[in-house]
Design a protein around this ligand. Structure first.
Ligand code: ADP
Ligand code: ADP
Ligand code: ZN
Length: 209
C-alpha cells in the first residue's frame, strides 16, 4: 500500500502517520523529519536547508525529490510506504509518478484557526523527534519526552511569523495537489478536526474501504 499524506502544516499528518505505521507495519517517510535529522547531524544537506526550514519556505524540488528517491530505493519501502509531507509542489508530484505508483492520497483538512492552535502548541523531542502538544497531547512530565526522556523544544518554524508564511506557502503550492490526485481518482478526504483517536479511526476506515 503506497500512500501519500496531504494537508496543511499542523493538520496532524505526522501524528496519524506514526500510528498507522505501527498499526500496519509500513515505513513512515517524513521529508520534514529527514531534513531535521540532516540539520541535527550537520551534514552538507543539513547546512544547505537549515535557513529554509527555519523560515517556512520550501526546499528546492530537485533536492527534495533526490532525497525521496534515495529513500524509496531502500528495500523496506518495496511493499508499502507512507509519504508524509511529500509531494508539496506539482513538479514533486510529477516526479513521484515517474518513481512509483500510488494507491491512495489521503487529504487531511482542518480550519486555519485550529492549525494555528496545533502548531503554536507543538513540542518536539530533540532526541527522537516524537511530537507532543502542550494541550492536546501533553507528555507525562512537562518538557520531557515520554518515550526516550529527551528534552522537548519548539520548532523555529512554529513561531507565529513562520506559521503565517507556511500556511501561505501551503495554499499557493501544495493545495493544488488535492485536485491533481482527485483527477487521478486516488484521493480520499479525512476531516482532521476531531481528536487524534477519531482522526486515526477515520483514516484506517478509509484505507480499508
Ligand atoms: P503535521 O505533521 O500535519 O504538521 P502534527 O502531527 O505534527 O501535524 O500535529 C501538529 C500538532 O497538533 C502536534 O503538536 C500534535 O501533537 C497535535 N495534534 C495532532 N493531531 C491532533 C488532533 N487530532 N487534535 C489535536 N491536536 C493534534
Ligand atoms: P509541517 O508538517 O509542520 O508542515 P514538515 O515537518 O512536513 O512540517 O516540514 C518542515 C519543513 O521542511 C517545511 O516547511 C519545508 O521547509 C521542508 N520540507 C518538508 N517537506 C518538503 C517538501 N516536500 N518540499 C520542500 N520542502 C519540504
Ligand atoms: Zn524522545
Amino acid at each position: 500500500m503506497n500512500l501519500v499524506f496531504l494537508g496543511p502544516p499542523g493538520a496532524g499528518k505526522g501524528t496519524v502517520a506514526v500510528k498507522i505505521s505501527e498499526e500496519l507495519g509500513i515505513p513512515h517517510i517524513s521529508t520534514g523529519d529527514l531534513f531535521r535529522k540532516a540539520i541535527k547531524d550537520q551534514t552538507e544537506l543539513g547546512k544547505k536547508v537549515k535557513s529554509i526550514l527555519d523560515s517556512g519556505e520550501l526546499v528546492p524540488d530537485d533536492v527534495t525529490v533526490a532525497l525521496v528517491q534515495e529513500r524509496l530505493n531502500q528495500d523496506d519501502t518495496k511493499k508499502a510506504f507512507i509519504l508524509d509531507g511529500f509531494p508539496r509542489t506539482s513538479p514533486q508530484a510529477e516526479a513521484l509518478d515517474t518513481i512509483t505508483d500510488l494507491d491512495t492520497a489521503v487529504n487531511f483538512s482542518v480550519a486555519d484557526e485550529v492549525l494555528i492552535d496545533r502548531l503554536s502548541g507543538r513540542r518536539v523531542c530533540k532526541n527522537c523527534g516524537a511530537t507532543y502538544h502542550v494541550k492536546f497531547a501533553a507528555p507525562i512530565k512537562e518538557g520531557i519526552c515520554d518515550s526516550c526522556g529527551g528534552k522537548l523544544y519548539t520548532r523555529q518554524d512554529d513561531a507565529p511569523e513562520a506559521i503565517k508564511n507556511r500556511l501561505e506557502v501551503y495554499y499557493r503550492q501544495t493545495q493544488p495537489l488535492i485536485d491533481y490526485y482527485q483527477k487521478k481518482g486516488i484521493k480520499t478526504d479525512i476531516d482532521a478536526a476531531g481528536s487524534p483517536d477519531q482522526v486515526l479511526t477515520a483514516t484506517l476506515k478509509a484505507l480499508r474501504a
